[in-house]
Design a protein around this ligand. Structure first.
Ligand SMILES: [Zn+2]
Length: 353
């Protein structure tokens, strides 16, 4: 009998709860991630200082490293500083930039990475990708999936609510991204990974339909889990398809065309997703998504984040160029600027009417 199941690259520890940070040392020891307690901990210069004060007493064997910024150079420098230390693991303690830098540095020196996410702004906390700025703009670098992931909900609640909102938009956008993947499968025969699609979609649906809000632990737990599952779905698929379709192309276009004015990643991809659902003809799904985003204080119209209709139309027109080779509803419809304008007016009317 053939046994052809597969192994999924995934963390050995996922610990999401209030107070998780206080148990970091014992979790690492129990799970044999670090017996000696020799850890290289990466934190940011700013808000990292307070975290360090809080966590340092429970990690006496740790050496602390300050992460400069979110560039490739910062990550390489961090790796160089850490490489002579004979550590068991690297701990990335902070937001997206710190974790992305730590992921890359850990991969470079061959150590496992423990991600301790202090905000929920996007689905990169547990993904096999490190996003870093380089000379050419911004690059995505493949790295191993973190060996452990901790999210302390008490810490999350202390961060500005806009970070949580951003994570909501990123998680919910999975629903549209998976629909784009299915479209590419139907039209172009692109291979779809059913397990990765299932995990990504369920993560989005759970966040979309949860009745709670950013102030309650039940909702924050589902959102955290959703972002973790999105990351693992990307590991399974081997690319970002499960979490990135037209929604993300539109967001990348806004980033590139209006660099100083861009809103948060999650705000943009959420809006992009609701619009892409409408373009796909799923008006009910689009309406449901927009209602959920609105309920959490996220934008659903271009004007909500300060873009005129013309500017948004231009971004949607430019969007396919941000990800050459990725087939989504935008590449499928190949709308003219007038077609986009009409579709956007129709979308806006559905939401307000
Ligand atoms: Zn995203």
């Amino acid at each position: 009998m053939p046994i052809l199941t597969r192994l999924i690259p995934s963390p050995v520890v996922v610990d999401i709860r209030p107070g998780a940070l206080a148990d970091l040392a014992s979790v690492l020891a129990d799970q044999r991630i670090s017996h000696s307690g020799r850890l290289a901990v990466a934190v940011s210069g700013g808000s990292g200082a307070r975290l360090r004060e809080r966590v340092a007493p429970s990690l006496p064997g740790a050496t602390w490293y300050e992460v400069g910024g979110g560039t490739l150079d910062d990550a390489v420098r961090l790796a160089d500083e850490m490489k002579s230390g004979r550590y068991d693991a690297v701990v990335g303690l902070g937001g997206g930039k710190v974790i992305d830098c730590a992921k890359y540095a850990a991969a470079r020196i061959g150590l496992p990475l423990v991600a301790v996410a202090t905000n929920l702004s996007h689905d990169g906390i547990c993904s096999p990708v490190s996003i870093l700025d380089n000379d050419a703009g911004r690059g995505s670098y493949g790295v191993p999936t973190p060996i452990a992931l901790l999210i302390d909900l008490d810490v999350i609640r202390e961060t500005p609510v806009r970070f949580v909102r951003s994570g909501i938009g990123d998680a919910v956008s999975n629903i549209s991204a998976v629909a784009d993947w299915e479209l590419a499968n139907r039209v172009n025969g692109e291979k779809i990974d059913g397990l990765a699609a299932a995990m990504a979609r369920q993560a989005g649906e759970a966040v979309l339909r949860h009745p709670g809000d950013c102030t309650d632990d039940g909702f924050l737990t589902v959102l955290s889990e959703g972002l973790v599952l999105s990351g693992i779905a990307m590991s399974i698929a081997g690319h970002t398809r499960p979490s990135s379709g037209a929604c993300h192309e539109i967001s990348h276009a806004l980033d590139l065309l209006y660099p100083k004015r861009a809103a948060s990643h999650g705000e943009q991809v959420g809006l992009g997703a609701a619009f892409a659902m409408h373009l796909r003809g799923d008006h009910e799904g689009s309406f449901l998504m927009a209602a959920s985003l609105r309920r959490h204080g996220l934008p659903v119209l271009a004007e909500d984040i300060g873009f005129s209709e013309d500017e948004f139309v231009r971004a949607v027109e430019f969007a396919p160029e941000t990800r050459p080779g990725r087939y989504t509803i935008l590449e499928h419809l190949e709308l003219s600027p007038d077609g986009i304008r009409k579709a956007y007016a129709d979308y806006a009317a559905t939401l307000t009417g």
